[in-house]
Design a binder for this molecule. Structure first.
Ligand code: NCD
Length: 304
């Protein structure tokens, strides 16, 4: 039995197989409509979510399975003081697979160590978000036709943005990918990402505060929201929240085939005027999230 806690839990071959499976699901949805008949997904969400929870749920429903769960900690026994370990044991009696989001880094790992069913990390604090990364990889593959030999710019809150940490962990394993990390000084990538991923893998990267300076080089621009809920000081959030706002004039130096991704939700870091630009991929990205989660559920439940 396997869980997905960190994107490094999957080999590159497995990631490529998941992408191929998702593409087959997109092409032949009827083939998969009953694959998880009689199986149950539990979504345990201790933190707000729209896309991730509902895409997991619609993924399981489209596989013919069913869904149980909660969408806020206050409506679960966590409010009475139950530990994540105990909750994981309990849910193992009711469901076949768990998707868990939690504000504490490491909570889904604790769940996986105590559950007798697979656990998927649907975002743990400012740490990791592997299924968003699978979504991002499927999107880049569909938009660009490849996952190697490109320059990826990550812009915004690279310190607290868990989606960026997992994306760097995944894309740094493909050949010829280099990164431009665009953030204010205070929101640069954390030391664990720098040491365990960028330095450990000798990844080609540079850091800049200027989106304008980076723009002409980029094949992919991954925009992120400044993660208000992770700041200790509201004043720091207010000072940093509008550092980057992507507007059409800033795209004048961009490549004509740039792909603009964003895990969403967007606050104001991408102007709505960009939405109609064919380079804006973020709403297509949402749909890809459902298909790759279908592929992942099939893999972890070992459904042929
Ligand atoms: C992201 C997350 O939860 O980390 N959202 C998502 O899952 N699509 C990004 C964010 O909240 O900014």
């Amino acid at each position: 039995m396997r869980s997905l806690i960190d994107i490094a839990d999957l080999s590159v071959e497995e990631i490529d197989a998941l992408i191929a499976k998702a593409e087959d699901i997109i092409a032949n949805p009827d083939k998969y409509a009953e694959k998880c008949h009689g199986r149950k997904l539990a979504t345990l969400f201790y933190e707000p979510s729209t896309r991730t929870r509902l895409s997991f749920e619609s993924a399981m429903l489209e596989l013919g399975g069913s869904v149980i769960g909660f969408s806020e900690a206050q409506s679960s026994s966590a409010a009475k003081g139950e530990s994540v370990a105990d909750t994981a044991r309990v849910i193992s009696c009711f469901a076949d697979i768990i998707a868990m989001r939690h504000p504490k880094e490491g909570a889904p790992l604790v769940a996986a160590m105590n559950a007798s069913i697979p656990v998927i990390n649907a975002g743990d604090g400012g740490h990791n978000h592997p299924t968003q990364t699978l979504t991002d990889l499927l999107t880049i593959k569909r938009e660009k036709g490849r996952l190697d030999h490109m320059t990826v710019g990550c812009c915004g809150d690279l310190k607290f943005g868990r989606t960026v940490h997992s994306l760097l962990g995944a894309m740094s394993r493909y050949e010829g990918v280099d990164f431009v990390l665009i953030s204010p000084e205070e929101l640069k990538v954390p030391e664990h990402v720098r040491t365990d991923i960028l330095k450990a893998r000798s990844v080609a990267y540079r850091e800049t505060e200027s989106l304008q300076e980076a723009m002409p080089d980029l094949d992919v621009l991954y925009m992120t929201r400044v993660q208000r809920e992770r700041f200790i000081s509201e004043a720091d959030y207010v000072r940093l929240k509008d550092t980057y706002i992507l507007t059409p004039d800033k795209l004048t130096t961009a490549k004509p085939d740039l792909s603009i991704l964003h895990p969403l939700p967007r606050v104001n870091e991408i102007s709505v005027a960009i939405d109609s630009d064919p380079r804006a991929c973020y709403f297509r990205q949402v749909l890809n999230g459902k298909f790759i989660r279908m592929a992942l559920i099939l893999m972890l439940l070992e459904v042929e």
